[in-house]
Ligand binder design. Sequence first.
Ligand code: ADE
Length: 221
Amino acid sequence: MKIDILTLFPNMFDGVFEESIIKRAIEEGKVEINLVNFREYTKDPHHKVDDTPYGGGAGMVLMCQPIFDCVNHLKTEDSTVILLTPGGVPYKQEMAYELSNSKHLILICGHYEGFDERIKSICDKEISIGDYVLTGGEIPAMVLVDSITRLLPGVITDESHINDSFHDHLLDYPTYTKPRVYEGMEVPEVLVSGDHKKIEEYRKSESIRLTKENRPDLLEE
Ligand code: ADE
């Protein structure tokens, strides 16, 4: 998979993809990530990428031209173009699975007060990572890259995905490791029983209990 990230602040990504699982996926050629500063595409003599909003109001608005030209340059018939915006559809694990089947993602990070509405016309999807407003789309782009890359074939084991929270609309069951007793808190007996059927039943019921407690909305789905 190839992922192009269109951003005015490529330095924000320093280090993010240089550790652990994502680093290994890049090294093994399972994902290629390119940071593209769309300021390089502006035709403005002063390298402007934004301007004041028509109708008045605070802040600056990203202009169409640099982003249109940048996307047109990178886009192929295999591309999915995504705009990161708090006004987009909520990002869910299901969407991470769907996007992990794409060959090429182009992620557009908005910034400042907003972007010219016409930029949406060149996007296939508008995505929000949550009901809060960040200073730009860079952190949301990192969230997408991380959650999608780990689903690519061979990046982590298939068993790890199956046990993920949100699989089957349930949160993950609790896990424990050594020691068996820590500050008086014991590992549940069933997990050391060696009875695999009982362990499976325990994990399922704990998943349901935790989902009821923390995310009842998932059970309604
Ligand atoms: N840009 C600013 N806030 C955002 C959010 N919550 N999701 C996606 N893009 C954003």
